[in-house]
Unconditional design. Structure first.
Length: 460
């Protein structure tokens, strides 16, 4: 159903971006920006022309922005940093990444076990049946002698000297209460021998394995109460904007805050622990205090990343001496997103204020950074052909909501920067190269964390 391949358009230059470190990635962006400036010829103002590319803010190509985010986190997670592995109880470990191999603490099974309900039998039949059967969870039963059988339940310990287990449906008793097999019985049949699955000390899973429900079950079976895992990255969310309401209907120029309810859940789905959600309005001093006093691994801000009179993110980052790694991305929606290193082991992702633009920023910058901090593997890139034409931006990558139908991705309407109606019904975002993509053209897809829920609503 899926097709593997390199990204189209501008992504081709960055096909191997994940192999670059941060310095190499930033150097590549600078080279591209310098080339764009050298090739541009600004139109003279006296002639009424618009400033050429050299006069505009140089932004980062979308694939490279994602690579910079991933590598920035990798640099901050060098050996010996503060995010050491932790011991986590099994009931709290789902979604974490193993920081150490999972090694069997016991043989599995730890004793010879019946694989079926039936009779444990010794020697050839027919067999005399003991009065008292063998149940799971009981101590080792007495040995059997040739010609003897005992009722046994699945999971119960096999009596010593047992030849095989005769399934309930494959045995019958005669009028003398002797047991007969109705099918041939093979030595060792339906017995799970000790150590069949593993021996104590065997490596069951390597470090770097994502803890799934099945991993939790295996760990429990192998004798674990806790696992050694990479802790969830801690994230503080700062909601900016005086125009935002937390309840009720929009009125008098005020609008409902969609990001406050949405971002924490989205970040948790990306593997983060949301440690705070704070509403700061358009207050530069409150923003400065919130950033400088945060001890989170990642700070996520909403809005305020442009250059308007109340856009305080850039001035605040300059004030604290932050290192700006990505300042604008060649992607729509979400162009004015940014990534900065605020402390040695802390980053800030500045999201645009429009909801779909903010989602674009999450998947472009926050997702690869959080994935690296959590030691998760990058998802395997995949493509599907588009069912319909997807209109693109002349120069920038475009991310549009799609639903997956059979072997095609269907672009959705309601995909403007401020709209959530399309993405609320989507399975993924399609990566549309500059200039757009025609019907039938392969497009890279970014899965949404809940894509398997199958809501089944399609706004086309």
């Amino acid at each position: 159903m899926t097709t593997r391949g390199a990204r189209a358009g501008e992504g081709a230059r960055y096909r191997d971006a994940d192999d670059l470190d941060v310095e190499e990635a930033l150097a590549l962006v600078k080279d591209d920006n310098a080339r764009a400036q050298a090739e541009s010829v600004p139109a003279p103002a006296a002639q009424g022309g618009r400033p050429g590319p050299a006069a505009r803010h140089a932004t980062t190509p979308w694939p490279q922005a994602r690579a910079i985010a991933a590598r920035a986190a990798a640099r901050s997670e060098a050996p010996g940093t503060h995010r050491a592995a932790v011991s986590v109880p099994l009931d709290l470990a789902l979604g974490l990444t193993l920081a150490a191999p999972l090694t069997a603490l016991t043989d599995l099974p730890s004793f010879d076990t019946s694989a079926m309900d039936g009779w444990a039998v010794a020697g050839p039949g027919p067999w005399d049946v003991r009065d008292k059967g063998v149940l799971a969870g009981h101590a080792e039963p007495a040995p059997l002698t040739d010609g003897e059988a005992v009722r046994i339940a699945t999971g119960a310990r096999i009596p010593p000297d047992t030849t095989a287990v005769l399934r309930s449906e494959h045995g019958r008793t005669d009028d003398k209460s002797r047991l007969h097999a109705t099918r041939d019985l093979v030595h060792g049949q339906d017995i799970r021998p000790r150590g069949q699955e593993c021996r104590s000390g065997d490596q069951l899973l390597p470090a770097g394995t994502l803890v799934t429900p099945a991993v939790l079950g295996l760990a429990a079976a192998a004798g674990y109460d806790t696992v050694t895992a990479v802790p969830r990255p801690r994230v503080d969310v700062l909601i900016l904007g005086d125009e935002l309401l937390t309840e009720g209907l929009p009125h008098d120029g005020l609008i409902r805050d969609a990001l406050g309810p949405m971002l924490p859940s989205w970040l948790r789905a990306l593997g983060a622990e949301v440690t705070a959600v704070r509403r700061l309005g358009d207050d530069a001093e409150a923003l400065h205090k919130a950033i400088t006093t945060s001890d989170a691994d990642l700070i996520v801000t909403t809005g305020g990343t442009a250059s308007g009179p109340v856009d305080h993110v850039h001035p605040t980052l300059r004030r604290i001496g932050a290192e700006l790694l990505v300042d604008g991305v060649k992607v729509r929606p979400g162009h004015p997103m940014l990534l900065a290193r605020t402390k040695e082991h802390q980053h800030l992702v500045g999201l645009p204020g429009n909801p779909l633009a903010a989602i674009s920023g999450l998947l472009t910058l926050a997702e690869p950074l959080l994935r690296t901090l959590a030691a998760r593997r990058a998802p395997e890139p995949y493509t599907l052909p588009l069912k319909d034409t997807a209109h693109g931006h002349p120069y920038d990558t475009r991310l549009i909501p799609v639903v997956l139908r059979g072997d095609h991705a269907v672009p959705l309407h309601y995909n403007g920067p401020a709209m959530l109606r399309g993405v609320a019904a989507a399975d993924a975002l399609a990566v549309v190269p500059p200039g757009g993509a025609r019907a039938g053209q392969e497009a890279e897809l970014l899965d949404l964390p809940w894509a398997s829920a199958g809501i089944g609503v399609c706004f086309t």
